[in-house]
Structures are given as C-alpha cells and as structure tokens.
Design a protein around this ligand. Structure first.
Ligand code: PMP
Length: 450
C-alpha cells in the first residue's frame, strides 16, 4: 500500500506549492504543508515513506476512505461515457444520484438542487427560504460553521442579483445548546434544552417573527465541536419554526451520509427540516458535489415561478456518478450500520476510558464516527488547554499533541482546544484500535500541560 519513498519528487512538489499555491485559512509564510504522495482506504503517505492513519477523513468527508475501487471505476466509466453536460438537461448520472439521495433524506425532502460544495448549498438554502417566506433575516448559531463563500451573488451586476440584494444583511446569531459550556447556567440536559429554546424564541420575538425567513442549524455542529444537541432541542426548534412560519434549514454537510451511524443525523432526532444541505460524504469528496434537499412545500414555491439561481456545474455528471457509486457502496457494504456499531461497541467506550485516565481530557462527546475530545488545563474548572483561537506560542500544547500523534503514525484533527476523532465510516476495527493507541500516547503529551 505504501510506495517507495521519492524525497526528491516530494521536494519539487513542495517547492512549487510554496511558490504558487495560496492556501485557505492560513498565514502563507507560517505554514509548512505536508507533500502527500498517495492515499488508500484509511491511510495516506508522504514522499519520505511515512504513512498516516487518517483520523480526519480529509476535512471530514472521505466517509468510505480514499480510492474506493468501485467509485474510482464509476468515475472512469462516466468520463468515458459523458464527462460533462450542462445542468438544464436530464442526465442519467444526475437523475439517478437525485433519486438515491431523495430516497434516503427524511420526510418529504424529495427534490434535490445540486451545488458544487457545502457553502453554496447553504447560500441556496438561504435564498430559497427568503423567497419562500418573503422575509430577510436568518438566524444561526454562534457555534457553527456553514462555509467560506460570501453570498457571491451580491457582487453580481445583472438582474440575477435582484432577488438576493438583501442577502448579506440580516444574519442574527443565537446560542444553541452545549451543556459542557452552558450559556444558560444549566446543569441538566432538560434545563439546557428548555432554556436554549426559550432563548431562541425570545430572540425571534425581539427580532420580529414576521422578519425571520429561516433558522439555519447544523444538526450536530461539527467544526465548532461536535456538540450533540440534547433531547428535545431540535424537535423544539421545529415547533418554533412552525409556529412563526419560519423555514427550518438543517445543515448536514458534515453530519450527513453515514457519519453519525445514520444516513442523516436528523434521523437520530426524528426531525424533518424544510431544507437540508449536504456535500462531503455524498460522494466521499471524490469529485466536488453538494446540494439542497427540498421539501415539496418549498419546491412548490418555484412551480410556476422560476427559481432565480443556478451554477454552471450543478449536478456535474462526474460528481453525480461518484455519488451514485458511493451510495451503492455504502448500501452494499453496510457502511452506515458499521459506523453505528463500531462507534457504540469500540470507539465510544475507548474514548471514555481515555478520558478517565488522561487529566487533559475534559469531555468526550459524539456519536457514530463523529467524536470530539475537549482538552482542558483543569477538569474541575474546565479551562481550555489553549485559549480560544490560539496561535503561535499560545497554541503550543495542541501543536505538541498533534506532533506526538503524527510521530505515532496518526493524523489527528485539531481545532482550538479539541481533537476530533472522525475516521472514515468504513474504518476497520484493527485500524481504529491502532489509531486509539496512538491517540492515547499523544494525550500523554497534552497531559504535561495540565
Ligand atoms: N456546512 C458545514 C456543516 C460544514 O461542515 C462545511 C465544511 N466544513 C460547510 C458547510 C462548507 O462546505 P464546503 O467547504 O464544501 O463549501
């Protein structure tokens, strides 16, 4: 699985990268990206012959691992048959992908609008909600991540802009539940749920219910810390949306397609939103693809009236062929149940055991193949191991933790004072245990900073 080292090739790749690639979310002079030579299954390797177990699934998207042969073959077959075709036409790969997705989304989310990724899916969901309600404001949680674009249509000069001119105004943030660091002085999940719902409804009252188009929430906030909402919260948000005629948007870009041990995280809570965004796991990220699953009620808004939005590559045949193959692989190989079973039987107990032994682990939370360890200086005070958004020296403990993990052949997901354990949903039990042993050893380094 690991090819021979080629350090001279790696050096050339890195030199060209350093000279010409402008990297996302980074201070360009302060980064040192690893040159990656290849990847397969749950592993990737560099040009020096170092192999890493990927506990990050890329950016939490390779839900069936790297280079799955069936998906690679499907992309090759589609490329030979029809590499591309414009979105206004009915194309086999596109209609089949939409059918397979719609069959799995909750409730009546049966119409699929395809995008290129997660951020544009969120943008379109917001636009649909605004046009459906005729209202402008959108409520979202402080602890959330919904994408890196900036409602690009506002910059557009032609009349396609008109429907969305208000798009950058009117975003209002609120606090979603998070018991470990409760904003509501709650001590139980019941209190957290009740008070978070009361806070949301009060926010709506002060904003003016007739001005609120949508509430956008990640079903389980991912990047911000994998905070599984307490029982009753999402059902409560559903009720609030119904009461005020607000569109409920669940963002499943990260939590969807098997990550939580269900096809969608919404299945865990038995809620159906009006719009649901997806991307990442839909085709394991092999070709960029995202989308919005749309309820019939909102689709009907655009029955006789055109939907003012679209993308050149919407439902790109290569991306859709990859989605069809990925969903078939997940169904045939039982990947969703595997993630659920391994999460419950192996990952959760192992992480809880690590939390008991390591003074640096303040909380373990998650479900399926979607877990976070919150690292703290002190378990009693819950002071984070590094300050919020720490960089440079202030971030030394997390940097030391990550370096220790990599030395053990584990590539960890690190964000602020957290490490997320998000391996591919089809990771093998032995691979998982190998990663957990490396994690155990790296947490020993984090312990030194407590
Ligand atoms: N929503 C959520 C919940 C996400 O996790 C992400 C990406 N991490 C996005 C939206 C944006 O997706 P993309 O980077 O594909 O635009």
């Amino acid at each position: 699985m690991t090819p021979q080292p080629h350090p001279e090739v790696g050096a050339a790749v890195k030199a060209a990268d350093r000279a010409h690639v402008f990297h996302s979310w980074s201070a360009q002079e302060l980064i040192d990206p690893l040159a990656v030579a290849g990847a397969e299954g749950s592993y990737f390797w560099d040009y020096d012959g170092n192999r890493y177990l990927d506990f990050t699934s890329g950016l939490v998207y390779t839900n069936i691992g790297y280079q799955h042969p069936k998906v690679v073959a499907a992309i090759q077959e589609q490329a030979a048959k029809m590499t591309t075709f414009a979105p206004a036409f009915a194309i086999e790969a596109r209609s089949e992908a939409a059918r397979l997705i719609a069959e799995r989304t909750p409730g009546d989310l049966d119409k699929i609008f395809f995008t290129n990724a997660g951020a544009d899916a969120v943008e379109h969901a917001v636009r649909m909600a605004r046009l459906h309600t005729g209202r402008a404001k959108v409520l979202s949680a402080y602890r959330s991540y919904h994408g890196g674009t900036q409602q690009a249509v506002n910059l557009t000069g032609d009349p396609r802009r008109w429907a969305s001119d208000s798009a950058s105004a009117g975003v209002v943030h609120f606090w979603a539940p998070f018991l470990y660091r409760s904003r509501f002085y709650a001590e139980t999940e019941e209190q957290e749920t009740a008070r978070a719902l009361e806070h949301l409804e009060t926010t709506i009252a002060f904003e003016g219910p007739a001005t609120v188009a949508a509430i956008v929430l990640e079903t389980i906030p991912g990047t911000a810390g994998i905070m599984v909402p307490p029982p009753g919260y999402l059902a409560g948000v559903r009720e609030i949306c119904d009461k005020y005629g607000i569109v409920f948007v669940l963002d499943e870009v990260m939590a969807g397609f098997g990550r939580t041990g269900e096809w969608f995280a919404a299945d865990l809570f038995d809620v159906t939103p009006d719009l649901m965004t997806f991307a990442k796991g839909v085709n394991s990220g092999y070709v960029p693809l995202g989308g919005v699953a749309i309820s019939q009620r909102i689709a009907d808004t655009f029955g006789k009236r055109p939907y003012p939005g679209g993308l050149t590559y919407s439902g790109h045949p290569l991306a859709c062929a990859a989605a069809v193959a990925t969903i078939e692989v997940m169904a045939e190989e039982g990947v969703v149940d595997h993630a659920k079973h391994l999460g419950t039987a192996v990952l959760e107990p192992a992480l809880r055991e690590l939390a008991e032994r390591h003074p640096s682990v303040g909380e373990v939370r998650g479900v399926g193949m979607f877990w976070a360890l919150e690292l703290v200086k002190n378990k009693e005070t819950r002071e984070p191991l590094v300050p919020y958004n720490a960089t440079g020296e202030a971030n030394a403990p997390m940097a030391a933790f990550a370096a220790a993990a990599k030395k053990q052949g584990l590539w960890p997901f690190v964000n602020m004072n957290r490490t997320h354990v998000v391996p591919p949903c089809n990771v093998g039990e032995a691979e998982l245990k190998e990663g957990l042993a490396a994690l155990d050893s790296a947490l020993g380094v984090a312990d030194e900073y407590t």
